[in-house]
Design a protein around this ligand. Structure first.
Ligand code: NAP
Length: 401
């Protein structure tokens, strides 16, 4: 049975949050003669936040593109953001700023497929280091690419594709693999023009031998200076709400922490906060993170720093599967932590400002559903009816493999 909170009333109460990623207005630049290959012949429309507008115009000017128009999105009544200056140099024609539509509630402003597999962006590796400490299982690396020569930009929660060098067993070029982006839109140096990934080397046994994953091994072994084919960005499932007062529950296994790392930097990293005057997070962020062993914890120093600096806003719960046991004596997984805290998590979910993000192994999903089913039932609510409502309200975000 559905109760009063999520029942008939809920269809009005489940909030969509502010799902656009705008820091103020978004701008669509209509350009000709810009890009590579066929792109140069077509008129293209590139949509960027104000913070990236000047840089985009400079890139266009440098590459000889011609800007035909710049259309600004109208802000909702009552919000006051200064109009952009369009002083990117004489190459850029004066902007025709058409007050267009209202700020969309959809994800229309998020960049997607700026670079496709047939014409990928060529990024340069500028960093590659292990995230693990002594005694960890396997290899997990943090890898950063320079994007400064093109127009590949993204927002937190998106993914990029990597096309590894070489050919498959049939002599064909390798297909792309998608990786969740681990950096914020400003990159790790907060200056823009970079993207970072958190990659575990895939290893499995087949017919008695160890097989290494093609792309993950390519990335974990890659040296600074190497050129890499990058596509994307893609994905609108894992976007962070623009609401600074949202509650954000993050459930991650292993490298599934990648998008969460980007969210947490955006929320708590001092340089990021300085960069985003319109996003001074003051909600509650709760990360529940699963790894096999303590030395496999990822970005631990940063997370501890956020805990120390933002004790009212950040909570961090670990499930260290091979060092801790669940109540049945099995490995401690994040769904066991969700069960432990189910009532609290469920109460948070009842708040329309709360978003839940899940990233990592698909195997965690049934356990999380079970915990939520029990917590809902305790309130006479039916989780199998609530979950689709949360999903529809854009508050339940899942990206699991
Ligand atoms: P990992 O280190 O192998 O595992 C992370 C933790 O999850 C370990 O403690 C592991 O426990 C535990 N675990 C294993 N089975 C589980 C289950 N059924 N339910 C809950 N926890 C379970 O992780 P990883 O190699 O980084 O892999 C993470 C996965 O996330 C990969 O499949 C990767 O493809 C995926 N991923 C997805 C995205 C995305 O969707 N955007 C992004 C990044 C990663 P034990 O090993 O001790 O059993």
């Amino acid at each position: 049975m559905i109760g009063p909170i999520f029942g008939t009333v809920v269809r009005m109460r489940v909030s969509t949050g502010k799902a656009t990623q705008s820091d103020g207005r978004m701008f669509t630049v209509v350009v000709e003669g810009f890009g590579v290959g066929l792109q140069r012949r077509a008129e293209r429309r590139l949509t960027v936040p104000f913070g990236q507008l000047q840089r985009l115009m400079q890139t266009i000017a440098l590459q000889g593109g011609q800007i035909r128009a710049i259309n600004a999105e109208e802000l909702p009544a009552g919000s006051a953001t200064q109009a952009p200056s369009t002083d990117a140099g004489s190459e850029a024609p004066a902007a025709s700023t058409t007050p267009a539509r209202k700020a969309p509630v959809s994800h229309a402003d998020v960049p997607v497929n700026l670079y496709k597999p047939k014409d990928p962006f060529i990024g340069t590796v500028i960093g590659n280091y292990s995230l693990l400490t002594e005694g960890a299982i396997g290899r997990v690396n943090h890898i950063t690419f320079d994007l400064s020569e093109g127009n590949l930009h993204y927002v937190e929660g998106q993914s990029i594709g990597i096309i590894p060098d070489g050919e498959d067993a049939n002599g064909k070029p390798h297909k792309l693999r998608l990786y969740s982006i681990a950096s914020t839109r400003h990159g790790d140096n907060c200056e823009g023009g970079t993207v970072s990934l958190c990659v575990r080397q895939l290893q499995y046994e087949k017919d008695g031998s160890i097989i290494n994953g093609v792309c993950s091994t390519f990335l974990c072994d890659i040296e600074p200076g190497a050129k890499v084919k990058i596509t994307g960005p893609v994905g609108k499932e894992m976007l962070l709400p623009a609401d600074e007062e949202a509650n954000v529950i993050m459930l991650a296994t292993g490298t599934g922490i990648a998008p969460m790392r980007a969210y947490l930097r955006r929320m708590f990293e001092p340089t990021e906060r300085a960069k985003n005057p319109d996003y001074q997070f003051r909600g509650k962020a709760w990360l529940i993170m699963g790894v096999p062993k303590t030395p496999n914890l990822l970005y631990e120093d940063d997370l501890q720093r956020y805990l120390a600096e933002f004790p009212e806003n950040f909570r961090y719960t670990k499930a260290i599967s091979r060092e801790e046991q669940n109540p049945s004596g099995g490995r401690m997984y994040i769904q066991d932590r969700v069960t432990e805290h189910a009532d609290e998590i469920f109460s948070l979910i009842e708040d329309p400002k709360t978003h839940v993000y899940m990233c990592g192994l698909r195997g965690m999903e049934p356990g999380i559903d079970e915990a939520m089913t029990a917590a809902a039932a305790a309130k006479d609510l039916n989780w199998s009816e609530l979950r689709p409502q949360l999903k529809k309200a854009d508050r339940w975000h899942v990206e699991t493999y």
